[in-house]
Design a protein around this ligand. Structure first.
Ligand code: HEC
Ligand code: HEC
Length: 289
């Protein structure tokens, strides 16, 4: 992702300010509102926040540094990344895509209690979880310059959202499959809908920054077994809302679940500290361990 991350892609000025105003008022987006703005299905975003110029001086520089790290962690945070992924492979378009775990509004909803470690988690704790699991890397000190830059970026994309309010489209859309997910049905569906980009072996292709780069879905270069995306429901919801790239929301829910079942059962790096998860219960049924 280049500088486009902080520029507006689409939508009229009027449409943008209307949506921003509705969001700030805490009114939920409805499908028809988005459709009325002629935003292509699956490409809806939070355009009210994308076109403001960065502040001058050190704050603007830190926001920009955060954006770079999040869009290419292996290059800009090599000490903490451990695979061929970067944050924005899942948190699409700089964390501003609803139903792709957006960072818009994230600043004002942490600290938050999470049953996975049964503790109050700060935003930097949560960021470190994704470094350790999604990027199969390492936690960084809370005062690392990289962490400061990431937090400054997240505060910037959250600046229009009232403190304590989750935006519509936070996390992933919760879906239920009509029938239990089947990895057997998912295998040929993966070959049909996904392998052209992610490869028959799930390894993706190229490196971040290459024009043809596609991130890996399994194998040594991918997220580890402790990652949120390793869970069936998250993977199915992400796939349904965002994949295949360029044809988001074209798969039906059952197909997304069957493909997710196939993808999440493939081999991937282990997560050594998985035994410490959910110490007080509450483990979701789709956890892999
Ligand atoms: C392989 C996909 C993937 C990658 C790569 C990834 N994440 Fe995540 N991230 C997730 C999932 C899945 C969740 C959980 C969303 C949920 O619980 O609804 C999540 C959640 C988060 C949250 C909390 C969102 C919320 O609404 O509470 C933050 C913050 C976050 N990630 C930051 C990062 C950062 C920073 C990086 C890069 C170091 C990163 N993520 C890389 C998949 C990913
Ligand atoms: C046209 C090429 C293309 C197709 C087809 C495609 N993807 Fe992707 N996929 C991508 C790209 C590129 C990204 C990274 C997006 C970004 O960084 O903005 C991605 C990201 C992902 C991610 C999150 C990052 C990761 O590696 O874990 C998952 C999961 C995923 N795709 C699954 C699928 C599945 C399942 C299918 C089939 C239903 C599919 N994709 C089809 C190109 C594609």
């Amino acid at each position: 992702m280049g500088n486009r991350a902080l520029k507006r892609r689409d939508g009229s000025r009027q449409g943008r300010s209307l949506k921003a105003a509705l969001l700030v008022a805490g009114v939920l987006f409805s499908g028809s509102l988005l459709a009325a703005d002629a935003t292509p299905a699956g490409q809806a975003d939070y355009p009210g926040w994308r076109d403001a110029p960065l502040p001058d001086g050190p704050v603007g520089a830190a926001i920009d540094r955060g954006r770079l790290i999040l869009s290419n962690a292996p290059k800009y945070a090599p000490a903490y990344s451990g695979n061929a992924l970067t944050c924005t492979n899942c948190h699409l378009d700089g964390g501003r895509t609803p139903a792709a775990a957006p960072w818009v509004g994230i600043w004002g909803v942490f600290p938050e209690y999470r049953p996975r470690n049964a503790q109050i988690n700060t935003l930097s704790d949560r960021i470190n979880d994704c470094f350790e699991r999604s990027l199969n890397g390492k936690r960084m000190p809370h005062d690392a310059p990289e962490m400061t830059a990431i937090l400054t970026y997240m505060q910037w994309v959250s600046r229009e959202v009232p403190t304590g309010k989750s935006v519509p489209g936070r996390g992933f859309q919760r879906l239920e499959a009509p029938e239990p997910a089947s990895a057997e049905r998912g295998a040929p569906l993966y070959a049909q809908h996904c392998a052209s980009c992610h490869g028959d072996n799930g390894a993706g292709r190229g490196a971040i920054g290459d024009a043809a780069y596609v991130p890996p879905l399994w194998g040594p270069g991918s997220f580890n077994i402790g990652a949120g995306m390793a869970r069936l429901n998250n993977a199915a919801a992400f796939i349904k809302a965002n994949m295949p790239q360029g044809q988001a929301r074209t798969l039906d829910v059952q197909t997304a679940f069957d493909i997710a079942a196939y993808v999440t059962r493939q081999p991937r790096p282990d997560f050594a500290r998985k035994a410490e998860d959910w110490p007080k219960g509450g483990k979701p049924p789709d956890a892999r361990y």
